[in-house]
Design a protein around this ligand. Sequence first.
Ligand code: ADP
Ligand code: ASP
Ligand code: MG
Length: 485
Amino acid sequence: MSGLRSERQRQSRFERGDDVVVMKFGGTSVEDAAAIRRLIGIVQSRLGAQAVVVVSALARVTDQLLEAGTAAANGHLGAALETVRSIYVRHEQLADSLVDGSAYSALDGELRGEFRALESLLHDLEASRQLDLKSQDHLLSFGECFSSRLVKEALCQAGLDAAHVDARACIVTDARHGQATPVWDVTEQRLQETVIPLLEAGQVPVLGGFIASTCDGVPTTLGRGGSDFSAAIVGAALCAARVEIWTDVDGIMTTDPKLCSEARVIRKMSFDEAAELAHFGAKVLHPATLAPAMRENITVYVLNSRRPAGEGTEIVARAKTGNLVSAITAKRRVAAVEIESVHGMNSELLRSVYAVFDRHSCAVDLMAASLGRISLLVGSTAALPAIAADLRGVAEVRWENHKALVCLVGENIRRQPDVASRAFAAVSDMDVRVVCQGASDRTISFLVEESKVEESVQRLHGIFFPQPEPARDWGGISSAFCQAG
Ligand code: ADP
Ligand code: ASP
Ligand code: MG
């Protein structure tokens, strides 16, 4: 999709200045009746614009579906059906408390139909005794199907004219199951054809995030946490004025508040910095989210659905956080891989290694190469035995698990020599390995033992984001008086 083409479409389908806002609500923002009521309030507060809602599965449902699928494929059908039954009961209870009358009966019928299809899939998994990525995508897609139907009816019950849109019929991807990539032209066209008429009729379209399908209609998913990406895809296709990511924290913070209680909200940051943060493990945004927003220059906000009045974080094309280091991220469950040529110096080594990793679809997080040796980091070791077998005779492959990648993100951070030295001084006693200055100038990262993540992030945060000095005691004069003076 070129910028030019989308500009033409923007002019032909929309009056310029039309104000589409895409709101994505994550799992915790739809986890129970109170959360869905807050969601309704937030959508009502945006009705001055043309609102589109994208929802994740209810909190924990995707993990439970995965658990059920694994159990069924291992022959434990009873346990799998029980897990799915508890998911069904949770949705039914929510439907009961949020929707009345004939709308409830219709929703109940839809949910029952979907659950029957899910149970039948579990029976198939038990029979085939395998859960491959294709069946896994089919299985996981149920979570967002349930939640989007539920939220649509809850919005209608609250008096909004909401319409359910099946994201699988609009977002078209390649067949890379588990982490599919959208086919932009078809996706853009289908979203425009489906969603724009609803907006023009004054309706609020509601889509499930994360889920899509191939051009042949086979269900795919955009990778865990992919509803953020769905919202950005929808936003880009509709040339939205803004994309809002509603979640359970006050915005993008200087680090994960679960790792460090002193984390603070970043009010404004650039697409580039936010994309680096997401790539290096900040779960608050799916790593692919910012690409469509960047391409169409759509402002993205990260906001707390539990505190809707907060300012959140605004992500725009150009912005400075005002700090040398903007944020610190940590990516857990990383494995460090060492590849050593069996023929000493080997200029072909890199080419052979690339080809083998590509053949096994093994994504590489970071890589450092010299003539006879390559060090790299991967997020999953599943393919490594097969990769080692393919490289036999060319190179020896060894790997170590339970590592974490800690990353400092900041504009031009690499050109500030004292950042690296201060960072390493802070963690010098921690067996820091593989130090890598990112290719982009915006990151410095290093590997630590997974057990040391919290401590290293807290130490670094203390250095680069020192707490303000406590207020001085002015001997009985009130602090209000001091400020006024
Ligand atoms: P949702 O279900 O709304 O998509 P996620 O759990 O995917 O929410 O993402 C929100 C979580 O991201 C937060 O609860 C927080 O623990 C984590 N997180 C990691 N890094 C950051 C960061 N830099 N700023 C804010 N939150 C972060
Ligand atoms: N429900 C999916 C997941 O848990 C997608 C998302 O929440 O964004 O990964
Ligand atoms: Mg998420």
